[in-house]
Structure formats: structure tokens, C-alpha cells
Ligand binder design. Structure first.
Ligand SMILES: *[C@@H]1O[C@H](CO)[C@@H](O)[C@H](O)[C@H]1NC(C)=O
Ligand SMILES: *[C@@H]1O[C@H](CO)[C@@H](O)[C@H](O)[C@H]1NC(C)=O
Ligand SMILES: *[C@@H]1O[C@H](CO)[C@@H](O)[C@H](O)[C@H]1NC(C)=O
Ligand SMILES: *[C@@H]1O[C@H](CO)[C@@H](O)[C@H](O)[C@H]1NC(C)=O
Ligand SMILES: *[C@@H]1O[C@H](CO)[C@@H](O)[C@H](O)[C@H]1NC(C)=O
Ligand SMILES: *[C@@H]1O[C@H](CO)[C@@H](O)[C@H](O)[C@H]1NC(C)=O
Ligand SMILES: *[C@@H]1O[C@H](CO)[C@@H](O)[C@H](O)[C@H]1NC(C)=O
Length: 723
């Protein structure tokens, strides 16, 4: 969305919302009715009758007209009165009130004291429907004039003089100078309280002689808001007879024929208090009842949903709270902040619960906790950053994209190896740990070499290639973890350890190792190496072939392992700067050229073959070299019988052993060109295997199961059982 569009949307929304908001905030009249005139609100039950609106905009008796005054402005006036009575304001809450202007009653005289015209009594007949009473609490009766008695009367008929009450006052002046501005106390002006139940503005004058009173030609009488009228002596001569005065009317729900109290009204179908949270109050000025919103609500109780909750907290000057203020429906909660208390936080200040020392202690301990937390956070973030750095350094971004490798997080790996709890052995560069994946697959987790920028690409390439080499006789790389300083590699698990341990055992403890099995292991290893050497685009040289790097799974299937990752070189990089191979297995040609070729692997494999048929280490019997001794034997007798392992050197197998020895000789040929390649080696071994008679069933303890965990079995001398 473009900013302009957003603006427009917001604007449209605001416009759409406005009427709703307005209605919610100013639900003062019936929907569809005009609720204002000349800037003055007309709250229901008042209302302006409107054509075409099929609801009653007002209750009976509360009709308002919107009319033009003499200067042409629209002003609200009471409807259905003899003369237009201008309305100044109308209110429902907190008091039902109508401020109106009513005419001043007057009587004027000529110099001989004769009346100059008929008096104006001020009658307005405002109470045709009976809803109004002149407020006795907020108005007073004022009489102006000299030598004047004026009174009003009202209430239901009764008493000696026909009405319930008469009230008025006398104003007398000795001479023209008697009346004083601001003094309305009987000289030129008098005022008096009025009783309740007053329904009209009707005034009666009863004058003494008015001859020779040019300083006060007229009498005036009017009801006006208390304290509104300030007497001026000049008013005695200059006040116009058409003057009006503001006063307050009380109103209630009633009519002049029937008026119900709350008790009666509540059961009536016309009950006027229709809003929720509204209550009924009996009228205090005249019969009838009023509606009011209950405590905590404001608005218009005469309209459905007219009473709304007051958000007290937004008006702290009215609704005090010395603590934390929270608005609730119809009320508000006020609580002291934590650690402070007050018997009534709405009335009294909150004071600290704890002593300053306790506060200090609390503060300090909180501070320390925070500090520790911050430090911990910082540490964790540093750790995470380091992990990310390692991940990058170790080529994570490249390896992430390789599907066949699973990238383990440090946490996952810790779970897999149970925090490196079981060490399987030592690899080319670091320890190898035993692990268990979530699906209970056993794995070997191996520390790789530390990777620097120069070696990063090599490392990632190696890992990728290794993960792609899928062959039964090559240990499978399952994944790696790069979030550590030294990358960890996760391999398939070889249950039976390595060929070196089986051949040479631990100390003097040796298990029987039949020729067929040796041959099978030789074939498997050769197959693995052949696969490597002929691997599609990259010809891969292992560089460190030796029995310790030929692992055996639970079925003694050999798996070539420990590419050392560093020595895994691709065709375009024949030379290596890094030390390669292990003593006793290194092709002497490599020493001279530093050129790591496939033939180097073949040489090393030749040594492995020798070990298989002799079951001797490359250096044995003190300082005898297996290779040299074998070559010697071969030169002397044209075969290697002298060093063959006695266990397998039977008449029947002699031929095979000699053939293997011959093959080993070829592999060890100093002339690199004359060495066979891995294809030939593997094929020759397979042929030898085929020539063998079917496997005899050797009486071994649980097959070769016992070889598993060789060290342990020896330690328990359990082997004696098998021999
Ligand atoms: C007004 O409403 C009354 C019922 O409330 C109905 O009988 C009458 O027909 C309506 N008049 C108009 C003009 O809609
Ligand atoms: C008419 O009403 C307007 C607005 O209330 C007021 O300002 C003006 O004085 C009135 N005019 C007369 C002649 O009463
Ligand atoms: C005063 O009024 C009376 C009665 O209305 C009349 O008889 C008399 O002539 C008047 N006097 C003057 C001076 O106008
Ligand atoms: C109320 O009384 C007045 C006279 O005082 C009368 O004109 C009017 O019709 C009455 N109103 C009702 C609703 O009866
Ligand atoms: C006003 O009128 C009511 C009933 O209409 C009556 O109960 C009350 O006594 C009257 N008050 C006075 C002061 O006359
Ligand atoms: C009014 O004043 C005149 C002369 O000043 C006098 O003759 C007359 O008696 C006075 N009238 C009254 C009623 O005092
Ligand atoms: C109506 O309620 C408000 C607050 O709830 C209160 O202040 C006011 O006095 C009540 N009005 C009357 C007439 O009792």
C-alpha cells in the first residue's frame, strides 16, 4: 500500500466511524430526531417534532420548537405556550432542569397615580401538560418599585383565599434618592424565596398611591435565578416593560391529570427509565418521578443504552485516587503501588509499607538480580554469536544447502552424545564419541580439524564429497556440527571396532581369525577403495590406508574410514602440504615426490594384505619390518611362507596365502607403474575367494560376536571357554 492510500483508508475509516463514535458519546436524543437547535442540546424526553420520522421525538409535554427570534436566529422555544418561551438550556443529568426566559410582570402609572394601561401579569401558561415546576431551590421572586406590594400564588386550589400559597414582598422609597444600587432589601427592590409546586409566573400588584413618583413610574415583579439579578436604582426608571429574566424550571415525568410515583411507574408500560443502569427517583418539586443513571454511569436514562460507564480515572479532579487507578464498570479501583499502602487510597495518600532500610535492601537485591540476569544474557548472546561465527567459519552457509548432510546444532549434538560421555577412541585429530540419534541409530561423533579461512573451502568440499560417497565399504557421513570451534562430524557406527584391533588385539589376547573372514575383509576394503579411486568427477585418494582405518560393522563388513578429511584430495590438487599417511604404510615413492597418487593407496593396501596373512604388525618382534622380512622370505623361497600366520597356514589354504602374498608384492612394487590398480586387486581377491570351498562352520563362541568388545572379553578371561 502506498502511504497516500493508507492515509485515504484511514480517513475513510475515520469518516465511517465518526457517526458511531458521535452517537456513543452523545446519545442524547432518539435516533433520527433533531437533538440540537441554535447550538443548544435537546435531550430526550425533550424533542423537536419532526415530519416523516415515525418515532416520537419527545415525551408528551416535552415538545420543543425550533423557531426564529426577532433577529432571525434559530432558538429553541417551549412548544404549545401562549407566548414563545425561549429555552436557554435543557438538562437531564444530574438534575432535570430547563433554563428559560420568562417575561417580567409590570404595572405603570401616570403622574396623578392613575394606571397608564392594563398590567402585564407575566402569565405564560407554560404548564399545559403539567411537567414543569418553577424551581424553588434555584430561583427567587424580585419586586422593583417604590411603594409596591407584589406577590405570586400557586398550588392546588384550597385554603381561605383559593390557593395553597401566596408569596411576595413590599418595596418602599421615601424619596428619589432612597434606592441604592446593589441593595435589594426593601428600598426600591425586594426579593423573597418562593415555595415549591409553583406552576406559573403569575404576578399581582397591590400599590399604594403612586402620584408624584416620576422616579419610579412602574412596578416590576419577576422570578429569576438566584443571584442573577443585581439591583440598579436606574432600573426603576429605565427597565423596559418587555424585559425577560432567566430562571430554572424543574421538570418530571407527570401530566396535569395523572402523576405516578416511582412505585407506580415501574410497573407501567410507559415507564420512562428505559436505560440499563438507570434508576427511578420521586420528584421533589411536584408529583411524578425522574430517572437518573445509577452511580458510576452518566448519560441519558430515558433512552435505551443511554447510561454509559464513567471513566473515573480520566477525571481525577472528581474521582480521587492516590494510587493506581483502574476503571471498572460503574466504578473504579484504586490501589497503592507495590510496597505502599493506605487504608483507603481514594481518600488517603499511600505510604511506604517497608522502612527505608528494607526498601534499600529490596532495591539492592533486585538490582543485583537484574545485573546477574543481564550478565547471563550477555554471556548467552556471546555464546550464540560465537556459535554463529564458528558456523560461518566452518562453512555452514555452503553446507546448509547440501541436502545429504544434516547440520546438527551444538545442543542437538550434546544430546546425541550425552555431553560426550562415552569415548570410542581417538581419531586422526581428536576424540571419537559414541552417540545415539533420536531414532536409536548409533553413531560415532568425531572431532575434525580446526578450520581456518585458508582451509574452509577444502573442508566444505571434503565434507560434501564424503557425504556423497555412498558405498557399503565406506563409512557413511551422516552430518556435522559447525557451531563449535572444531567441527564435529557424525558418522555411522561401526560396532566391531577396527581391523587393527582385531588383528593385533590387546596384548597377548587373540581371538581366532579364520582365513575366509580375512579374505572377505580384504575384498570389502578393496571394493571401497576401488569405489573411491573411480569416484565420478573426483578421483579421490585416501592417503592413510591402514588396518586401524578399516572399521568393521556388526557383520564384520569393512568400512573404510578416516579420510582424515585433510587428505582427501581431488584430482586438480595432487600435491599436499600436509603430512600424509602413517609410518609403515607410506609409499616410499611419496617420500621422494610428495605426490599423492592412487598408487600410494595401493602400496598401503599391500601392507594391509601382508598384515592379514601374517597377523603381524608392520614392525614386530622388536625391530623387524614386516615388509622387509616378507621381501626377504620371498627372495629366498619365492614365497612368504615364513611369515604366514600359523593359525591359517594349513596345507589347504597355503595356495591362497601365497597368492595374496604375491598380490601384496605387486602392490609394494617400487616401480609405481607396475603396481596393479584397485580394480585388479579387487578382482584377484574375489577370484581367490571363489576358489575357496564353502565356509566351514567354525565352532566359535556365538560366531564372531565375541570378537566384539575384544578388550573386555580378554580382561574377563572368558576366552578360555572358546578354545
Ligand atoms: C409508524 O409506526 C406505526 C407502528 O409503530 C405504524 O403503525 C405506522 O404505520 C408507521 N407509519 C409510518 C408512516 O411508517
Ligand atoms: C436571537 O438569538 C440569538 C442567539 O441566541 C441571540 O444572540 C440574539 O440576541 C437573539 N435576538 C433577540 C432579538 O432576542
Ligand atoms: C391619569 O390616569 C387617570 C386614569 O387612567 C386619568 O383619569 C388622568 O387624566 C390621567 N392624568 C394624566 C395627567 O394623564
Ligand atoms: C392540562 O390542563 C390544562 C389547563 O390547565 C389543559 O388545557 C390541558 O389540556 C391539560 N392537559 C392534559 C393533558 O390534560
Ligand atoms: C407540593 O405538592 C405535593 C403534591 O402535589 C404535596 O405533597 C406537597 O406538600 C406540596 N408542597 C408544598 C410546600 O406545598
Ligand atoms: C402632588 O404634588 C402636587 C404639587 O407638587 C401637590 O399639589 C399634590 O397634592 C401632590 N399629590 C399627592 C397625591 O401627594
Ligand atoms: C443523579 O445521579 C447523580 C450521580 O449518580 C447524582 O449526583 C445526582 O444528584 C442524581 N440526581 C438526582 C436528581 O438525584
Amino acid at each position: 500500500m502506498s502511504p497516500a492510500l493508507v492515509m485515504l483508508t484511514c480517513l475513510l475509516l475515520a469518516v465511517a466511524m465518526a457517526p458511531l463514535l458521535l452517537q456513543a458519546a452523545t446519545l442524547i436524543g432518539k435516533p433520527g430526531c433533531q437533538t440540537t437547535c441554535g447550538g443548544i442540546d435537546i435531550p430526550y424526553p425533550f424533542g423537536i417534532a419532526m415530519e416523516g420520522v415515525n418515532v416520537s421525538c419527545s415525551l408528551t409535554g416535552f415538545e420543543i420548537s425550533c423557531a426564529k427570534n426577532r433577529s432571525g436566529d434559530l432558538v429553541p422555544v417551549l412548544a404549545n405556550t401562549e407566548i414563545a418561551i425561549e429555552v436557554l438550556s435543557l438538562s437531564v443529568m444530574p438534575r432535570p432542569e430547563a433554563r428559560v426566559r420568562l417575561p417580567v410582570a409590570s404595572q405603570c402609572y401616570n403622574s396623578t397615580g392613575g394606571e397608564t394601561g392594563p398590567p402585564s401579569y407575566g402569565t405564560v401558561d407554560l404548564n399545559r401538560a403539567g411537567v414543569y415546576r418553577i424551581s424553588d431551590a434555584h430561583n427567587e421572586l424580585v419586586v422593583l418599585g417604590c411603594n409596591t406590594l407584589a406577590y405570586t400564588n400557586g398550588g392546588p386550589a384550597g385554603g381561605q383565599y383559593g390557593k395553597t400559597f401566596y408569596t411576595g414582598c413590599i418595596s418602599y422609597c421615601r424619596d428619589a434618592r432612597s434606592a441604592q444600587d446593589g441593595m435589594c432589601a426593601g428600598v426600591g427592590c425586594c426579593h423573597v424565596q418562593i415555595p415549591p409546586n409553583l406552576t406559573d409566573n403569575w404576578m399581582t400588584f397591590d400599590s399604594w398611591s403612586r402620584a408624584n413618583q416620576t422616579f419610579s413610574p412602574c412596578d416590576y415583579a419577576f422570578i429569576v435565578e438566584k443571584d442573577h439579578y443585581k439591583f440598579k436604582a436606574s432600573d426603576l426608571t429605565t427597565m423596559p416593560v418587555s424585559q425577560t429574566m432567566p430562571l430554572r424550571l424543574d421538570w418530571a415525568i407527570r401530566s396535569n391529570i395523572s402523576a405516578m410515583s416511582c412505585a407506580e411507574a415501574m410497573t407501567s408500560p410507559d415507564y420512562a427509565c428505559v436505560s440499563q443502569h438507570s434508576e427511578c427517583l420521586d420528584s421533589t418539586n411536584g408529583p411524578g418521578y425522574l430517572c437518573n443513571c445509577t452511580r458510576g454511569y452518566e448519560g441519558n436514562p430515558y433512552i435505551v443504552h443511554g447510561c454509559t460507564n464513567i471513566d473515573e480515572c480520566s477525571r481525577p479532579e472528581i474521582y480521587r485516587c492516590y494510587g493506581k487507578c483502574k476503571d471498572t464498570p460503574g466504578s473504579y479501583d484504586c490501589t497503592c503501588r507495590m510496597g505502599y499502602q493506605s487504608e483507603n487510597p481514594k481518600e488517603q495518600r499511600c505510604t511506604a509499607k517497608f522502612s527505608r532500610a528494607a526498601q534499600l535492601a529490596l532495591g539492592i537485591s533486585l538490582g543485583i538480580s537484574l545485573l546477574i540476569l543481564t550478565l547471563l544474557c550477555a554471556l548467552m548472546m556471546r555464546q550464540k554469536r560465537r556459535m554463529n561465527e564458528y558456523f560461518k567459519k566452518n562453512g555452514g552457509s555452503v553446507l546448509e544447502k547440501v541436502e545429504s548432510i544434516k547440520i546438527f546444532t551444538k545442543d542437538e549434538l550434546n544430546k546425541i552424545t550425552k555431553n560426550n560421555s562415552e569415548v570410542l577412541g581417538k581419531g586422526g585429530f581428536g576424540k571419537v564419541y559414541k552417540g545415539t540419534l533420536a531414532d536409536n541409530t548409533m553413531v560415532a561423533v568425531k572431532e575434525s580439524i580446526e578450520i581456518n579461512d585458508a582451509r574452509k573451502e577444502d573442508f566444505t568440499n571434503e565434507v560434501i564429497i564424503q557425504s556423497q560417497m555412498i558405498h557399503a565399504n565406506i563409512i557413511k557421513l551422516l552430518g556435522c556440527c559447525l557451531e563449535v570451534d572444531v567441527p564435529m562430524l557424525v558418522y555411522e557406527f561401526a560396532a566391531n571396532g577396527n581391523l587393527h584391533d582385531i588383528l593385533h588385539g590387546h596384548g597377548s589376547c587373540r581371538l581366532p581369525f579364520p582365513l575366509d573372514l580375512r579374505l572377505d575383509i580384504a575384498i570389502g576394503s578393496a571394493e571401497g577403495l576401488r569405489y573411491m579411486h573411480s569416484y565420478a568427477k573426483h578421483t579421490i585418494r585416501h592417503g592413510d590406508i591402514k588396518p586401524a582405518n578399516i572399521l568393521l560393522d556388526e557383520k564384520f563388513v569393512p568400512k573404510i574410514s578416516d579420510f582424515g578429511t585433510s587428505k582427501l584430495l581431488t584430482l586438480d590438487k595432487d600435491y599436499t602440504m600436509f603430512p600424509v599417511g602413517s609410518m609403515g604404510y607410506i609409499d616410499p615413492v611419496f617420500y621422494m615426490t610428495g605426490h599423492l597418487t592412487k598408487e600410494c593407496d595401493i602400496y598401503s593396501f599391500g601392507v594391509v594384505l601382508l598384515e592379514l596373512i601374517s597377523r603381524k604388525r608392520t614392525i614386530y618382534g622388536g625391530n623387524l619390518s614386516l615388509i622387509i622380512e616378507f621381501l626377504k622370505a620371498y627372495k629366498q623361497e619365492n614365497n612368504g611362507r615364513a611369515i604366514f600366520d600359523k593359525e591359517i597356514a594349513t596345507e589347504e589354504s597355503m595356495h591362497i596365502l601365497e597368492e595374496i602374498g604375491r598380490l601384496a608384492m605387486e602392490c609394494l612394487n617400487e616401480n609405481v607403474e607396475e603396481r596393479p590398480d584397485m580394480n585388479e586387486v579387487a578382482e584377484q581377491l574375489v577370484m581367490l575367494r571363489r576358489a575357496r570351498k564353502p565356509k566351514p562352520n567354525l565352532p566359535l563362541c556365538g560366531g564372531f560376536g565375541l570378537i566384539r568388545g575384544l578388550g573386555r572379553v580378554c580382561a574377563f578371561s572368558a576366552l578360555s571357554l572358546c578354545f
